[in-house]
Design a binder for this molecule. Structure first.
Ligand code: PGA
Length: 250
C-alpha cells in the first residue's frame, strides 16, 4: 500500500543554529508521542542539507531537497544536480513547486527534465501541482491539475511509480492561511489519482499529499480523507512542535 508521508518545506528559512534547536525540539516531541505517518521528510535549503542529514537518522526523519538542476553536470553556475543531492544524503526532492513555476519561470519542459534527473539519481520526486484562485473560481481546477500532471509526467516511466509522490497544492492556499476544505482536497486528490490511473501508473500505490496552509489544527481532518496520504507543509513546518503535531495527525 501507499505510504503516509508528512514533508516539511522550509523554503528559504533556517541556519545552522536553527537546525540544532529544531532537531532538539523534534526529538523531545517524539519522546512524548512519536509520528504516526510512515515517513517524515524535511526539505531544508540546499546549504543546510548536510547539517540536517547529520541529525536526521537519530530523529527518524528522511531528507529532501527543494529543487534540483535540470542537467546532470557541467557549466551551470549556481545549480545543484540530482547526483549531488543523493550523494549528500537526500532521498526526496520537491519538483515543480508553484513558487518555482511562478517566480522562476519553470516550464513543464524543465519540470520533465528535473523529474528525469531525479529518477536517474534514485531520488523520489515530490511533484507539485495545483490551480490558481481564478482557475478554481471559473470551475477549471480539475482540468488544470489533470493537465499539469499529464504534461509533467509525459516521459516519466509508468513502472517508476515507487519514485513518485504527488503534492496537490492549490496556489491560493499556499502561505495564505486559507487551506482547502477537507472535502475539496479529497475531491482534487481523487482527480489526481484518476489521472494517474488513466496514464497507466499504479495509482493506488502512489502517495498524494495535500499542501497549502496545513496546520496542526487542520491536519487531522485533511489526512482523514481516503485519498489524502499526508501533507507538504510550509510555514507550519518551521515550528518543530507544530510540525511534530502534524506528523501525529495521520
Ligand atoms: P504553506 O506552504 O504550508 O506555508 O502554505 C506549503 C508549500 O508551499 O509547500
Amino acid at each position: 500500500m501507499r505510504r503516509k508521508i508528512v514533508a516539511a518545506n522550509w523554503k528559504m528559512h533556517g541556519s545552522g543554529i536553527f537546525v540544532r534547536e529544531y532537531f532538539e525540539q523534534l526529538e523531545q516531541a517524539w519522546r512524548q508521542a512519536p509520528a504516526t505517518c510512515d515517513d517524515v521528510v524535511i526539505c531544508p535549503p540546499a546549504v543546510l542539507i548536510p547539517s540536517v542529514v547529520a541529525v536526521a537518522g537519530s530523529a527518524g526523519v528522511r531528507v529532501g531537497a527543494q529543487n534540483l538542476a535540470a542537467q546532470a553536470q557541467g557549466a551551470f553556475t549556481g545549480e545543484v544536480s540530482a547526483g549531488m543531492l543523493a550523494d549528500a544524503g537526500c532521498q526526496y526532492v520537491i519538483v515543480g513547486h508553484s513558487e518555482r513555476r511562478q517566480l522562476f519561470g519553470e516550464t513543464d519542459g524543465v519540470i520533465r527534465e528535473k523529474l528525469a534527473q531525479a529518477l536517474a539519481a534514485g531520488l523520489t520526486s515530490i511533484l507539485c501541482v495545483g490551480e490558481l484562485l481564478s482557475e478554481r473560481e471559473s470551475g477549471a481546477a480539475s482540468r488544470v491539475v489533470s493537465a499539469q500532471l499529464r504534461e509533467a509526467l509525459l516521459s516519466f516511466p509508468v513502472n517508476a511509480g515507487e519514485r513518485l509522490v504527488i503534492a496537490y497544492e492549490p496556489v491560493w492556499a499556499i502561505g495564505t492561511g486559507r487551506s482547502a476544505s477537507a472535502q475539496d482536497a479529497q475531491d482534487m486528490h481523487r482527480v489526481v489519482r484518476e489521472t494517474l490511473r488513466d496514464m497507466g501508473y499504479p495509482a493506488g500505490q502512489i502517495s498524494v499529499l495535500y499542501g497549502g496552509s496545513v496546520k496542526a489544527a487542520s491536519a487531522e481532518g485533511l489526512f482523514a480523507q481516503p485519498d489524502v496520504d499526508g501533507g507538504l507543509v510550509g510555514g507550519a513546518s518551521l515550528d518543530a512542535v507544530e510540525f511534530a503535531a502534524i506528523c501525529r495527525s495521520i
